[in-house]
Structure formats: structure tokens, C-alpha cells
Design a protein around this ligand. Structure first.
Ligand code: GLU
Length: 647
């Protein structure tokens, strides 16, 4: 794919968005805060980027409707919106209807799946500041159809160079409680998202950065209506917030913003303008970086502007493994996610899961035991491969997994969980003298997962995070974005493969995955939810591939989660008789159900070219499909192709 296609020479939605951004820019100038010119005056960085400037901009257009996404409405006949929709011209599935709409509009204008995913992530920074954003990191799995190539853009946060192995221990050498750790400056990793987005755009994008970031700038500047979910996150994280976050999330009476209020974040709009004009340098160098490092240091962390300037997202080959007649492709270490997904799938293939009804005690028991076996190995062996030798080939080896599966029996458990016993890790081929991992503890987190597929077959599966909801609770004053607490994903107790080390990346569970048939993606899937990410992702795949459910059913069918010694967490809907019978066999269940995961998926039917997107109904997600109506014919004389001119 190529970069920066020439403009069509007529006014498009893109032009109008640029015009709106320019208007915002002028308003910011009047406000004395920021403009391209003032940027030039205030910093020498990447002046070359500024010299190029945005494309020629026609007269300004008004954009005052707070939730208006130019060119997008679910009522337009070329878009289809819903929890599950089918269309052949492109598909987006995300947790946020505004972000899905923006991404679908990028597709409609001829942008590819990577363009749409980049625009979507920038919008989520604004509309879902609790789940992900430019203060965090993530993993983007990409299929580039023209090159027939899978790759991943790894923008995982890194520990600053000043991080130490004991930074989460108190004076007595005990781990600082998790809730306190989350809010420490030491918990903030060097953010990767902006570098990741720019890396993806440079490698695969077809639209200018200006076009992809402008919808987010508009939304931040003009505001949007807060939904119930964001309102709940503002309220429940209030105690954690620093002063800047409290001010940003409060109304004129100092009360937390609530559902239906308009949330305006002009500081964030200006930060995004820095990125718009300077690219990654607008974030990692200059005043934004200085304020970011100062905020972390004030909270006790060691992050410096040098740490920020040194950050670069990494492009890698995905982890790939055969499973039945398909292949599982996803982010490799330092995410344990897709590798753990693969281990569980292979264990369950060995255990002949498909021989049991979906809602039988046997099926749930086997899934629980496969997760327990995998989690014991995950916590024993996995860490950042730049720092530790992980026997990953051995962990994924068929013979090794078949030996592990042979330990499982229907009617009894692998260990006496009721007595607090855990499943032991195995010894995979290649295991050497890795240091023993300390006992691990599960802390729920939350994040966002989304998928985009375009009509040319390009696909993105992207999980993006600031770790906990609202991250560390710290907003960078005057910059409008939340900082992650990703470094709490390290073990607090030093010694194992996932101990803190300078510039290391904490072990993740994020599982952006593609199921691939005959070399091309057939199903993209992933979820937020800390360790439950893996179980939600793997059970969605099982529901789709072993039990033949459609994408939305595969997502909404109840799932369970456990670890090598944890009681089983469960979605409402797990039948009572399943819990009773498996309890007789030794499984231990949590007393009440909880909501596990938030899966977004896209199914790609190679036969019909149909794309079916599904968004998990346990939040406000929306799939948006683009009905294939041929290219817009406006440039050739304004004649509509029945798809409607982009607006
Ligand atoms: N920090 C988590 C991880 O990398 C992601 C946040 C979440 O729990 O959703 O595994």
C-alpha cells in the first residue's frame, strides 16, 4: 500500500474535516494557546514536518454538533449499524459508536483498514479516556492483503531507564498493595500508542495523518455527550484522580460529569494538534513530553524526557500456530495472550472438547482445566523476550501439550483447589534455568479491543490499553490525556521472568488474534479484561469454530475464567447444573457471576466476500458495515453511484 494518495480535487468529507481542524486551530490561536505558527515559534523540533503542512484547505466549515461525524449516519443507506451486521464493503467493530462511525467514514472515503483503525484509536482517546489512549500502549495485528503479509505493531509501554526491580516493594520488602501501586508514578510506563499509530500509518496507511487525527481533534474541541459507561468510570475512579483529572471531569460546580453532559477537552485537542503537525515528535519531544515526564516525576516515578524521546514502536512477525484446519495468528511475547490462546485451543483439541455439549459439565470442566494448565506455564515462563529466554516453541509444541492434556480427567480436578492447591507448571522442551516465578496474583484491568476489515481484504485486530480503567488516574495537566499504570503488570516481587527491569515491557494478556484459513484472515477477535482477555478470546473462538455459532452468539455465550489456583469466575448464564456437577468433581466457583470480557469480532466469508461484524452488548459497542456500492463518482462529474456522496 502507498502513503498519502492525491486528493480528488473536489471538496470531500476529508477536506471539510481539515477545514474544521483549521478552524479549531484558529480558535486556539485566538485563545492564545496553539497554532501551527506558534508551534514553530515555540519549538525547533521536526520543523521539516511543519514546513510540509497540511494539504490545501478550503474555506472553513462549521462543526458544532457535538456528536456529528461528518459523512456518517446509521440512517445512510451505505452504512449498516448494529450489534451484528453484515456487509461486503468494509466492517468496523468497536466499543464506541462514535469511533466506529469515524472509522467507517474513513473506509467509505477509500481509506484502508489500517487508516480506519488509526482514526478509530485517536477518537477513543477522546471518547473513551477510561479504556485506552495516547497515554498508553497496545498491540496491532495487521494483514496487508496486497503484500499478503501478517505483521504486528507492538507499542507496549516500557519501564523507564530509572526503573528498579524493587520499586513496588515497601520498606519491609513486602509488595505495596495493588490499589496503591496503580497510582504511583513508578507504575506509569513510557507510552507507546502514538509511536505505534505513526508506525502503522507509515508502513500501511493510504491517508494523510491530518485526515486520520482530525475527527478526534474535533470531538475533543467541540465536545461529545457522555454515555452511562464513561459517567460510571468518572464516578468510580474519582478518588484515584489527580487534580488535573478531577478538574477535567467535573462540571462548573465541581461535581463529576454525568451521563448526558457534554465533555469538552480543549487541552487534548491541542495535544492532538501537536501530533497532527509534528507526528510522533509532537508527543515524544518538546512541551508535551516535558509535561508528561514532570507529571510522572511529581508522582514519584523516574520517567525523563530522554525516556520519551527514546521510545519507538516495534514491528514484528506474529506468533502463528496451526489448530485443526486453521491457523491462529496474533501478537507474540511480551503479550502472553495469543500464545496462551493457542495453548488452550490445542489442549482442548487433544481433549476432544467437541464431543461434549456446549453447556455440559464436561465441556466447562475441560475448558477450566485447560486454562489452569496454561496459566501455570504462562506465569512460570513468560516475560519480555528482549530480557528473558522464554521456551515459547516448547510451550506450543504439540507433543508437550498432548502430555499436559493427558493429565486431565473428567470427574476429578488436576489439584485440590478447595484446599488452595495450584496446578504445577510443566517442563516444556527448551526450558532451562529460568528463574522460578514468584506466586502471581490476579488483578482485573480493562482496556479496549476493536477490529477493522476493508473490501480489499486488509484487516486489523487491535487491543489497546491504559491498563486499569482510567489508568493511573493521572491526567497530564494542560494536555488532557490520562496516563497508564501498565507497569503494575510486572510482578511486584522480583526474581521471575516478569520482574521489573529498566526499559523492559511488562508481560501482557492482550490477545489481538486472527484466525486464518488458506493463508487469509477468516475471523478477527480480541477482548479487554486483564487475565480474562485470554479466556474470553479463546471461548469466542471455540464457540465459533467448535460449536458453529454465529459471531454475536459466539461473543454472548457465557464464558468462564480461572488461573492455576483461582476460583472460577463466570458469566451469568453458566447453567446451575454445570456448577453443581463440576463442584462435585473438585472445581471451585466464585459465589456470584460477573461480566467477563468485551469482545469485538469480524467474520470474513471468503466465499461470498461478506463481512459480519459483532460488538459485545455488555458495553455500548457498535459494528458498522459499509455496503458495497462501487466507488463514489463525484470527481467524474458529481453523479452519485447510488452509494451517496460522502458528506
Ligand atoms: N494491562 C492488561 C494487559 O496488558 C490490559 C488491560 C486489561 O486488563 O484489559 O494484559
Amino acid at each position: 500500500m502507498t502513503n498519502d494518495q492525491p486528493s480528488r480535487g473536489v471538496e470531500t468529507g476529508e477536506d471539510r474535516d481539515s477545514a474544521t481542524a483549521d478552524k479549531i486551530d484558529r480558535q486556539a490561536t485566538r485563545r492564545g494557546s496553539l497554532s501551527r505558527r506558534s508551534l514553530l515559534a515555540r519549538t525547533g523540533i521536526a520543523a521539516g514536518a511543519l514546513a510540509a503542512g497540511p494539504a490545501a484547505i478550503p474555506a472553513a466549515a462549521d462543526a458544532t454538533d457535538v456528536t456529528d461525524v461528518p459523512g456518517f449516519s446509521c440512517d445512510k443507506r451505505h452504512f449498516r449499524c448494529g450489534r451484528q451486521v453484515t456487509a461486503a464493503g468494509g466492517m468496523v467493530s468497536s466499543v464506541d459508536p462514535i469511533a466506529s462511525g469515524v472509522a467507517a467514514t474513513i473506509l467509505r472515503e477509500g481509506g484502508n483498514a489500517i487508516d480506519a483503525a488509526i482514526a478509530l484509536q485517536y477518537v477513543l482517546t477522546v471518547t473513551q479516556p477510561h479504556g485506552s489512549g495516547i497515554g498508553g500502549g497496545g498491540f496491532m495485528v495487521i494483514y496487508d492483503a496486497a503484500d499478503d503479509e501478517f505483521s504486528v505493531v507492538n507499542s507496549r509501554e516500557r519501564a523507564p531507564h530509572g526503573a528498579t526491580a524493587d520499586m513496588f516493594l515497601d520498606e519491609d520488602g513486602d509488595p505495596i498493595p495493588f490499589d496503591a501501586r496503580v497510582q504511583m508514578g513508578e507504575a506509569v510506563g513510557v507510552p507507546g500508542t502514538v509511536s505505534g499509530l505513526e508506525t502503522a500509518r507509515e508502513r500501511h496507511g493510504s491517508r494523510p495523518r491530518q485526515r486520520l487525527i482530525t475527527p478526534a481533534i474535533k470531538l475533543a474541541w467541540n465536545g461529545f455527550s457522555i454515555d452511562e459507561f464513561l459517567a460510571a468510570q468518572i464516578e468510580s475512579n474519582w478518588e484515584k484522580f489527580n487534580d488535573a483529572a478531577r478538574e477535567a471531569y467535573s462540571d462548573e460546580n465541581g461535581e463529576p460529569l454525568s451521563a448526558g453532559d457534554t465533555y469538552v477537552n480543549k487541552d487534548l485537542a491541542e495535544t492532538l494538534l501537536w501530533i497532527k503537525y509534528l507526528g510522533a515528535a509532537g508527543f515524544y519531544e518538546g512541551p508535551v513530553a516535558a509535561d508528561l515526564a514532570a507529571t510522572v516525576q511529581e508522582a514519584g516515578g523516574s520517567m525523563t524526557t530522554d525516556d520519551l524521546a527514546a521510545y519507538d514502536a516495534v514491528v514484528e512477525d506474529p506468533v502463528r500456530a496451526e489448530w485443526g484446519d486453521v491457523e491462529i495468528v496474533g501478537q507474540p511475547l511480551p503479550s502472553s495472550g495469543p500464545s496462551a490462546v493457542t495453548m488452550i485451543l490445542k489442549l482442548l483439541e487433544e481433549l476432544d472438547l467437541g464431543a461434549y455439549d456446549r453447556d455440559s459439565p464436561e465441556a466447562y470442566h475441560l475448558v477450566a482445566e485447560a486454562i489452569r494448565l496454561t496459566w501455570a506455564d504462562r506465569n512460570e515462563y513468560m516475560g519480555d523476550p528482549e530480557f528473558v529466554d522464554v521456551p515459547i516453541d516448547g510451550l506450543l509444541d504439540d507433543d508437550y501439550l498432548s502430555g499436559r492434556a493427558a493429565q486431565v480427567s473428567i470427574g476429578e480436578t488436576l489439584a485440590d483447589y478447595g484446599a488452595g492447591e495450584c496446578v504445577d507448571p510443566g517442563v516444556p522442551p527448551g526450558a532451562g534455568d529460568q528463574p522460578a516465578a514468584p506466586a502471581s496474583t490476579y488483578f482485573p484491568g480493562s482496556t479496549t479491543h476493536f477490529s477493522v476489515v476493508d473490501a480489499d481484504g486488509n484487516a486489523v485486530s487491535y487491543t489497546s490499553t491504559i491498563e486499569q480503567f482510567m489508568g493511573s488516574g493521572m491526567m497530564v495537566p494542560g494536555r488532557g490525556f490520562m496516563l497508564n499504570n501498565e507497569l503494575t503488570d510486572f510482578d511486584a516481587v522480583p526474581g521471575g521472568p516478569n520482574e521489573v527491569e529498566p526499559w523492559k515491557r511488562p508481560l501482557s494478556s492482550m490477545s489481538p488474534t486472527m484466525v486464518v484459513r488458506d493463508g487469509v484472515p477468516e475471523f478477527t477477535v480480541g477482548s479487554p479484561g486483564g487475565w480474562t482477555i485470554v479466556s474470553a478470546t479463546v471461548q469466542t473462538i471455540l464457540h465459533r469454530y467448535v460449536y458453529g455459532l454465529d459471531p454475536l452468539e459466539s461473543i454472548t455465550e457465557p464464558t468462564i475464567y480461572t488461573g492455576e489456583c483461582l476460583d472460577i469466575s463466570w458469566d451469568a448464564g453458566v447453567p446451575d447444573h454445570v456448577r453443581e456437577t463440576t463442584a462435585d468433581w473438585g472445581q471451585v466457583w466464585e459465589n456470584s457471576s460477573e461480566m467477563l470480557g468485551n469482545v469485538q469480532a469480524i467474520d470474513i466469508d471468503a466465499g461470498s466476500d461478506d463481512l459480519t461484524g459483532a460488538a459485545d452488548p455488555n458495553r455500548n459497542g457498535q459494528a458498522v458495515g459499509l455496503v458495497e456500492m462501487g466507488p463514489w463518482n463525484g470527481a467524474a462529474g458529481g453523479k452519485d453511484d447510488k452509494g451517496g456522496k460522502p458528506e
